[in-house]
Design a binder for this molecule. Structure first.
Ligand code: AFD
Ligand code: MN
Ligand code: MN
Length: 430
């Protein structure tokens, strides 16, 4: 038993101080919601059951292509990353699973890694393959493509890596493979836009053929970067087309930062659900491009509107609606543990707000074309401060009411800065 990384006595002690004010605020919100016909405890129970996975790579500081500014005590391997993810889950109670990335998280013994995670109360979520980077000693370069490479040997190498990720995921208890490729071009004429998609589909079908019966393969689209003229799976249309071509176990993954500017992402969510192909999410926020900023830090309203569509989808499921929720952020200027605690709370908060929407009233107003009433029904839920529900849910599960104060009082990062070797400088988009 590895045990929890933060002293439970400290969590209890600080919670005891915060609890009277929380109880008062929770009761007041409970009375307010009761007047709207909503039972606050039922919402709190749904929040307690809600979970979003954290990315193993998000536990380290990210960077841009210009620089990365590491912090002391950053994790340098999957074991240290798991320990940090355990802190996030212990204090926040919204992130019970970790999504690993290979080859970054390669180890010799995956059964042992699974036990290590379980000792922290963590499980593994979707496994992510990486064919957007070359590894030392790799026979074929991905510089001009991986699954869509013009070279058969390179495609086979990328297929084999994805199949290896599935094999590792089975040992870790995962049930999904997320495939994001950086394949694309920087010059008009560099590659044939049609044939590169043919090659991608052919290679992806070989990965799909290796998928266990109860697994999902999730295709993640991204408009640009690393390729700046064209990307093979650039948008949700290409992703949907590919997922439909590959088969029932293949679905689309929506990363909130991977769209054209100002695109209506909540409508994309509704469209993919309509097609029965909404597989999962990568939550983050952006101002300009794939900024990988903290979820809801720039546009919390958009996040709420996405969850509004997800609740509609949940109430009207098509072909086994069971989306995989994951955070995918790059923490360039914050302590990643603090960012993921904040993001987990923000994401769960948008879910809670979307649960507060009076669906019958909304649907009736929509049917009557009562525009203002429909809008105000939605807006009323968005404007409700759900913080007491989130705090209460954490407290009842042993998490921290004030996670930031508790984390800082624990001096976890300071302790790790004594124990862990320092990471190097350099660039690092993750
Ligand atoms: C990329 C994608 C994808 C990938 C990750 C790698 O969002 O999820 O696995 O970042 O760092 O931008
Ligand atoms: Mn992503
Ligand atoms: Mn991204």
């Amino acid at each position: 038993m590895t045990g929890l990384p933060i002293s439970t006595e400290l969590v209890d002690e600080l919670n005891a101080v915060s609890r009277p004010a929380l109880d008062d605020e929770y009761d007041a919100l409970g009375r307010k919601l009761a007047r709207r016909g909503i039972a606050i405890d039922a919402v709190k129970d749904k929040v307690k059951a809600f979970g979003v996975a954290v990315p193993s790579w998000g536990a380290g500081r990210g960077g841009t292509r210009f620089a990365k500014f590491p912090i002391a005590g950053e994790p340098t391997n999957i074991h240290e990353k798991l320990e940090d993810c355990a802190v996030i889950q212990q204090l926040g109670r919204a992130t019970p699973r970790v999504s690993p990335h290979f080859p970054w998280d390669f180890v010799d013994d995956y059964a042992a890694l699974r036990e290590e995670a379980e000792s922290y109360g963590l499980g593994f979520d979707a496994v992510n393959s990486n064919t957007f980077q070359d590894q030392p000693g790799q026979p074929h370069s991905y510089a001009t493509g991986s699954l869509s490479s013009t070279r058969e040997a390179t495609r086979q190498q990328a297929i084999a890596h994805n199949i290896e990720c599935i094999a590792i995921g089975r040992k870790l208890g995962s049930r999904a493979l997320t495939v994001w490729v950086g394949d694309g071009t920087n010059f008009p004429g560099q590659q044939d836009l049609g044939r590169s998609l043919d090659r991608y589909l052919d290679a992806a079908a070989q990965v799909y053929a290796a998928l266990p019966g109860d697994w999902t393969m999730m295709l993640e689209h991204k408009m640009f970067e690393p390729a700046f003229y064209s990307s093979v799976i650039a948008d949700w249309g290409s992703s949907l087309l590919a997922a439909q071509a590959l088969g029932d176990k293949c679905k689309c993954l929506v990363d909130l930062g991977h769209h054209a500017p100002n695109v209506n992402i909540e409508q994309i969510v509704a469209r993919l659900h309509h097609a029965g192909k909404l597989g999962g999410f990568h939550f983050n926020d952006s101002k300009y491009g794939d900024d990988d900023l903290d979820s809801g830090s720039i546009n919390p309203h958009q996040l709420f509107l996405v969850f509004n569509e997800l609740i509609e989808a949940e109430r009207n499921p098509r072909s086994g609606f069971e989306p995989a929720y994951m955070i995918d952020q790059s923490h360039n200027v914050t302590d990643p543990i603090e960012s993921m605690l904040s993001s987990g709370e923000t994401i769960a908060g948008c879910y809670a707000r979307a649960l507060l929407v009076d669906r019958d009233a909304l649907h009736a107003a929509q049917n009557d074309n009562d525009v203002m009433l429909a809008f105000r029904t939605l807006r009323g839920a968005y404007e409700t401060d759900v913080a007491p529900i989130l705090s209460k849910a954490r407290d009842e599960q042993g998490g921290a009411i004030d996670w930031l104060a508790t984390y800082r009082r624990s001096k976890y990062r300071e302790r790790k800065s004594q124990e862990r070797k320092s990471v190097g400088l350099g660039a690092g988009i993750v």
